[in-house]
Design a protein around this ligand. Structure first.
Ligand SMILES: *[C@@H]1O[C@H](CO)[C@@H](O)[C@H](O)[C@H]1NC(C)=O
Ligand SMILES: *[C@@H]1O[C@H](CO)[C@@H](O)[C@H](O)[C@H]1NC(C)=O
Ligand SMILES: *[C@@H]1O[C@H](CO)[C@@H](O)[C@H](O)[C@H]1NC(C)=O
Ligand SMILES: *[C@@H]1O[C@H](CO)[C@@H](O)[C@H](O)[C@H]1NC(C)=O
Length: 364
């Protein structure tokens, strides 16, 4: 009987995690980012690097990703069915947990995981975790890239100077790429304000060719798709020659105005996503992108940008993002919430049967 009790508790954990974990912590993510949409036209840094032509720049599929802060509280596989989305990151070194969950929930995702070293607070732990995922201990393997820090120029984010950034890079990130040949490194992801670009310019200046950066990661918030595209061109011109791949990863972007209260309507968001995503799909120096966001609560960003409803079910913007055809089911192959609730009920039933046995003094 002891075995049964253990099983019942485990089953409760698995089942209950789904319906009651709606406020899954954005624990490692901290908060959404960035503050300005101003397009900066600062001076171009004119230092050269030992860069080689890109073998990774592409147009077409394989670029779309998920910035995922939901852990296992949302079924990630509904975003996988069409094949448009190929990768995810979690603002942390932590991949989705694998089948320790006793079911084949998110840990069995086929998406490529890209770990991030978010900041400089728990460097040793985070680096150990990154090495674990690189070695395949915590994912199905296949880590190919690591993201640098999150918005280092923002006091509310990882918050350090370019000099500290370069030192951290040389001490912690560069050695990873040496230890695991083929692993690619992305810059600290800066926000779209002028201070973000200035931070990255200083970073590359202080690197003085030592950092061996593979691609530039960046964020953008605003309401004008043409301004977004101009910003990408600006970063392309300013920074490509400092990276081996000469590519950009847009690891957060959305139709959101941080400058005034003039926000996008749902149809503005749909049109904005369409235009900006099409541009990136067709532009070979944009390697990857992840919309903000694939979450139920957008943490202060205009909620019309959500790719799912408040239950965690993919919504029509989500279907647009993954390029689903109008009547395509995105549930196939996934354990739906209904099924999870069912296992929760079974677990409850087992528990109460067990309690009943105790109360009735039945032999175990
Ligand atoms: C990770 O995998 C490596 C190689 O298989 C193994 O030596 C190491 O002990 C594992 N680490 C953990 C924490 O499981
Ligand atoms: C982390 O950043 C803070 C703030 O800039 C800095 O004072 C500190 O020296 C950094 N820690 C390390 C290990 O670089
Ligand atoms: C980048 O390098 C290439 C080849 O050296 C050069 O032709 C190009 O002008 C450079 N781009 C910028 C923006 O400096
Ligand atoms: C944008 O809309 C056009 C016209 O409906 C469509 O053909 C295209 O696939 C859309 N692109 C994206 C990336 O959603």
């Amino acid at each position: 009987m002891r075995l049964l009790v253990v099983f019942a508790l485990t089953a409760t954990f698995v089942g209950a995690a789904v319906p009651f974990d709606y406020n899954a912590p954005l624990d490692r993510r901290q908060s959404p980012t960035t503050t300005s949409t101003t397009l900066s036209v600062g001076s171009t840094v004119t230092e050269t690097t030992s860069s080689t032509p890109s073998s990774t720049a592409t147009s077409g599929p394989g670029k779309a990703g998920l910035a995922w802060a939901n852990e296992n509280s949302v079924d990630i596989r509904q975003f996988e069915v069409t094949g448009k989305v190929t990768w995810y990151y979690t603002w942390s070194p932590h991949a989705l947990r694998n089948s320790n969950w006793g079911s084949s929930r998110n840990g069995n995702t086929k998406l490529e995981f890209v770990p991030m070293l978010w900041g400089n607070r728990s460097l040793t732990n985070d680096l150990n975790t990154i090495e674990d995922v690189i070695r395949g201990n915590r994912t199905s393997g296949g880590v190919k890239a690591v993201l640098g820090f999150n918005e280092p120029e923002q006091p509310g984010q990882s918050n350090f100077s370019p000099s500290v950034g370069v030192q951290l890079w040389l001490d912690y990130l560069l050695p990873l790429a040496t230890k695991y040949p083929g692993l690619r490194l992305g810059t600290p992801a800066v926000s779209s304000g002028p201070q973000g670009k200035a931070w990255l310019q200083s970073f590359f200046q202080e690197c003085a060719g030592r950092c061996n950066v593979d691609f530039v990661a960046m964020h953008w918030y605003g309401i004008n798709p043409d301004a977004f595209i101009a910003h990408l061109w600006d970063y392309h011109y300013t920074f490509s020659n400092f990276t081996t791949s000469k590519t950009l990863w847009v690891t957060e972007w959305a139709c959101h105005n941080f400058v005034s209260n003039e926000q996008c309507s749902q149809s503005d968001v749909n049109a904005f996503l369409n235009q900006t995503q099409s541009f990136m799909d067709e532009t070979e120096w944009v390697e990857r992108y992840a919309w903000f966001g694939a979450m139920r609560n957008l943490q202060g960003v205009n909620p019309e940008n959500a790719l799912m409803d408040s239950q965690g079910d993919i919504n029509s913007l989500g279907r647009q993002y993954v390029d689903a055809s109008p009547d395509q089911s995105l549930r196939s192959g996934a354990i739906g919430l209904g099924e999870a609730r069912f296992s929760y009920l079974i677990a409850l039933h087992i528990i109460f049967s067990g309690l009943g046995s105790i109360v009735l003094g039945l032999p175990w």
